[in-house]
Design a protein around this ligand. Structure first.
Ligand code: ADP
Ligand code: MG
Length: 626
């Protein structure tokens, strides 16, 4: 509890005790009024002053206004009919404040626990200055600086380990609790916690561009992208409160006027009392508070599980997903190709691989990285000029003055070179030098171990259309989709064809949403075109983080179904709260207007609904067992 909350608790207890004492000690007349008024002010002065402030600023219809009018009215009625029964006004205030206190405590606590779990913000970086370790602001560290990360410290900036071994805890980033062993040469990302050894790290990015900063940006901005349900609630509150106030006024004035016209006693006091009860009941706070809180809890829960969702609108869309379209390389497969065979014509095998690796030296495609790995050395970039990467085809570059083309059949056709088909299964990379066919390299990718479970999980949770799009050959596409149980596949697609295919799939859908899952390499346009773009490889590709709506922190495809289940749970809670709060409200309003409910019942219903709705909202955060 913070200071403000403690003061509030003090006021609630003091006024409650005073109420009990006043109920036991008989008082009358002005003394009684003065004593009760004192208690009323102790518990309610801030509400009254906020209501007055609202009126001055022209924002009349808020909760404080409703409470102030209702309680001041109840007080005035008690004076008017000389009943001396001031307890009701005070009790309403007391319950209202108790509810507010609970709510600020619960909301504050859940927000804090979410942010704590996401505690990946690094505070400092250690830099070696003349043999002394100095703590500096990570914002000041230039890319390329060597920083020291000691055991127990958070990695402040993304980089490559230049010295040391250790294991890293990435649970705050990925939800994966097994530590990751790292050694010299490994890339590490900010936000992970170094557990065992001292590491020297050469930073590869500025602080603002590092993973931890990016994630925090995303999460902080997530709540600004409102879902339709949230927008509905704020629109609802804007018309609801004035409407309720008008109805209350009508309830106070019309029946007495009608009574006078038809010659009965006006009965002002009882109708005004009903109108005031009506006002107390009408407070929309359960909705206004619990809906955004449900979304916040859902987004927080998801990020604890390693699924970053960029806004509650995407959470809402995700819950309605019934079609998931996958990219193959890097998404369902590991994107780490191994060279299985090299079929060469005139040149030696090594020469072919060297030419390919050099031509590919500037590309970030998984195929390029694998060819470079097969070459085994760092390609000497000064030997390569005029690199042209044709996405979905391959690369053409000038190596040692010779034009090397390296890619699939489409690329060979493009440059007018006849190529020889290969009988081996796998992805075939053809190589042509100076317009002469030189042979091909057969590489194959490994399917991610979790991929078939991921597809199965999706089918099981009602996503019944699963599709794989790939630029690779039909043979590879068919074998991968068969092995994984994916229901449809389309092969030999250029990046633009993938967009077209996705649009076609989106047109065929009925009312579910279409999600596309990719790694951000060659598929960023598809990611942004889908209803929900889900990116793998947050720990690698920046393009993916930018273009996607949902980021899976650890490239684990099983998290897709998990994300759908998290979203569904959260939306279920949101709807429960909407129906529950509006239902109880309407019932109470009706009872109040009929004169059946009094103010006591009204405030109980209001605070009760709010407490239950907030507790329900917090449930959205627990996603472990989903
Ligand atoms: P996927 O749809 O499987 O992610 P891409 O669209 O990235 O694949 O690439 C499709 C195909 O284009 C690859 O299977 C490969 O034949 C060829 N290709 C793309 N980029 C390269 C490259 N840098 N070097 C060689 N071949 C490439
Ligand atoms: Mg790809």
């Amino acid at each position: 509890m913070n200071r403000k909350q403690r003061i509030m608790l003090g006021r609630i207890m003091a006024s409650a005790v005073m109420m009990v004492i006043l109920a036991m000690v008989p008082t009358a007349g002005l003394v009684r009024l003065a004593l009760y008024f004192l208690v009323y002010m102790i518990i309610g002065y801030d509400i009254l002053s906020k209501a007055a402030g609202g009126i001055v600023r022209g924002q009349v219809f808020d909760e404080c206004f409703l409470m102030a009018v209702a309680t001041v009215g109840a007080f005035a009625l008690a004076i008017y009919d000389r009943s001396g029964d001031y307890t009701e006004a005070i009790a309403v205030m007391l319950f209202y404040q108790t509810g507010e206190l609970f709510q600020s405590y619960a909301v504050g606590k859940s927000r804090r626990s979410i942010t704590q779990l996401m505690d990946i913000r690094p505070d400092y970086a250690n830099v070696d200055k003349d043999g002394v370790l100095v703590r500096v602001d990570p914002e000041e560290v230039q890319p390329g600086t060597v920083i020291v990360v000691q055991p127990g410290e958070k990695v402040p900036i993304d980089g490559v380990v230049v010295k040391g071994n250790s294991s890293l805890n990435t649970v705050a980033l990925t939800g994966e609790s097994l530590p990751r062993d790292i050694a010299e040469g490994d890339e590490i990302v900010s936000g992970a916690v170094n557990m065992t050894g001292v590491l020297e790290v050469r930073t590869t990015k500025a602080f603002g561009e590092s993973t931890a900063s990016k994630i925090l940006d995303l999460v902080e901005n997530a709540s600004s992208r409102k879902s339709r349900s949230e927008a509905f609630i704020s629109r609802f509150a804007r018309i609801y409160t004035p409407a309720v106030c008008m109805s209350a006024l009508a309830l106070a004035v019309l029946p007495p006027v009608v009574n006078i016209i038809i010659g009965n006693a006006a009965g002002w006091a009882s109708w005004i009392y009903r109108a005031l009860t009506f006002l107390v009941i009408s407070c929309p706070c359960a909705l206004v508070i619990s809906i955004p809180l449900s979304f916040f809890a859902g987004l927080g829960g998801a990020s604890r599980a390693g699924v970053l969702i960029k806004g509650s609108n995407y959470l809402e869309a995700l819950s309605k997903t019934d079609t998931v379209v996958f990219d193959k390389t890097g998404t369902l497969t590991q994107g780490v190709f191994e060279v299985n065979a090299v079929h060469h014509n005139r040149r030696a095998q090594e020469e072919l691989i060297e030419a390919a690796a050099l031509a590919e030296s500037a590309s970030s495609h998984p195929i390029s990285r694998s060819l470079i790995a097969a070459y085994g050395r760092n390609p000497d970039r000064s030997r390569v000029k005029n690199i042209e990467e044709i996405s979905g085809n391959g690369v053409i570059a000038e190596v040692d003055g010779h034009i090397v083309a390296c890619g699939n059949e489409k690329l060979m056709k493009r440059i007018g070179v006849e190529c020889i088909a290969c009988h081996l299964p796998g992805t075939i990379i053809h190589v042509a030098i100076d317009g002469e066919y030189e042979g091909h390299i057969v590489i194959s990718d490994v399917i991610k171990p979790a991929a078939s479970k991921a597809i199965e999980d999706l089918h099981r949770c009602g996503v019944d259309r699963t599709v794989m799009l790939t630029g690779d050959s039909e043979a590879v596409a068919a074998s991968v989709s068969k092995e994984l149980g994916i229901r449809e596949h389309y092969s030999s697609l250029l990046p633009a064809d993938k967009v077209e295919k996705l649009e076609q799939i989106m047109q065929e859908r009925t009312n579910g949403k279409v999600a596309f899952v990719g790694d951000g390499i060659n598929d960023a346009p598809v990611l942004s075109r889908a209803d929900i773009g889900i990116a793998m490889g947050a720990l690698g590709s920046d393009a993916a983080i930018e273009a996607a709506d949902v980021v899976l922190m650890d490239d684990d495809p099983v998290k897709i179904a998990k994300a759908v289940r998290i979203a569904r749970k959260c939306m279920r809670i949101v709807y429960e709260n909407i129906v529950f709060a509006i239902g109880i409200k309407l019932a109470c309003l009706l009872l109040g207007a009929l004169g059946i409910a009094d103010m006591w019942l009204a405030i109980f219903a209001d605070v009760g609904v709010m407490v239950l709705a907030v507790l329900n909202a917090i449930r959205a955060m627990s996603v472990r067992k989903l």
